[in-house]
Design a binder for this molecule. Sequence first.
Ligand code: ATP
Ligand code: MG
Length: 419
Amino acid sequence: MALRAEHVYKIFGRRENEVVKRLRAGADPDDLKEMGTAAVIDASFEVASGEIFVVMGLSGSGKSTLIRTLNGLWKPSAGNIHIGDTDITKVSDKALRGIRRDHVSMVFQHFALLPHRTVRDNAAYALKEQGIGKTERLERADHWLGVVGLEGWGDRLPGQLSGGMQQRVGLARALAAETDILLMDEAFSALDPLIRGEMQDQLIELQSSLGKTIIFITHDLNEAMYVGDRIAVMRSGRIVQIGTAEQILTDPANDYVAKFTAEVDRSRVLTASSVMEPATAVITLSAGPRGAVNEMRQHQTSGVLVVDRDRRLLGYVTDDDAVAAVKSDQKELKPLLRKDALVSVTGSTPVAELFAPSSESPVPLVVTDDDGRLRGVVPRVGLLASMAPRDTAPASSEPADVETLAEPSAGDLEGGDAS
Ligand SMILES: Nc1ncnc2c1ncn2[C@@H]1O[C@H](COP(=O)(O)OP(=O)(O)OP(=O)(O)O)[C@@H](O)[C@H]1O
Ligand SMILES: [Mg+2]
């Protein structure tokens, strides 16, 4: 665990404690406005080391306020915040500054650059406090300016740069501090789409190569879902849902979250494992051609998947081949096995990559684990249905007559939910 917030409240106004007390008793924040603005209400969550945790929500929902309580820039009105083993709500100001200097850097929503210092000095800003000598400071600043695409701009003043470039200076400054936790408040919002995409990729790269823990605020759900391991959705000061992109897309906690997700490019976010279904027409070699025919008749399919005893996928058999074998009294299934046009993917393959292969194959697209074991299938209709937002998607439960035929085997249940 890198960071933990426990029942954090932040009230702006004269009577913080009274507002907290009433909110805890169930009062409506709108009725307490005279006493104070409840910017963050009862926020609890944990961020794992090395995780990218995204906070999103409409303007005014409390994102900036929340993130500023996490590094102690705002003292919460109530609640606790742990960074590593330290409860930062309980330490002295001096100790808090030390934690910020050594462990948590922040990219501010409005850049917060020093206007009369050069870009290089701005990027090196945190390093002086860390007690790093001048030569190394400037070297490191130049390095990180290069990483964010600002090589050669070090001698300019921030005012000579565009908004997007200034934002990247802020980013370089936070990265140069080389802290384990990085707080980013709308850090990419002023960037044009091309650079924004590059910075998103770079962030993911940094996270995985340096193992940084990143808390990332954005308005943009596509960005949230792309960079985030988990996403917290805020509404009017409260966290209304925390989950992975897939969980939020497929199971939004309420209409507010569902409305957000309506805009999302689902094909990029959903993966094969979120749209797969248990494989029903599956046999082992011992079933023989007759067993294959029976299985296909039962499931009204024209092909059947064949697995070994460990549910490793061997191939498939078509109805034509199986019927011909039964007619000629052939007992062996093995000679009928086909592999052509059989497409198998892993559970983490984005749905966008499934469309092309799924159109050709006589058997559904197959999802296997790393050991080649069958986890499920993605029928084309499931693929298409997954693209529709929740309310307009067909109900996921099948008609009863189909369900009774499609009883998953014990193997389906074992292998079906491996991740
Ligand atoms: N310093 C402050 N004093 C008083 N009220 C504040 C202060 N900062 C924020 N607020 C109020 O707290 C609420 C949450 O603001 P916050 O800036 O955290 O929202 P946000 O989600 O970051 O919005 P945005 O997406 O526009 O940046 C708002 O109602 C805002 O008016
Ligand atoms: Mg904000």
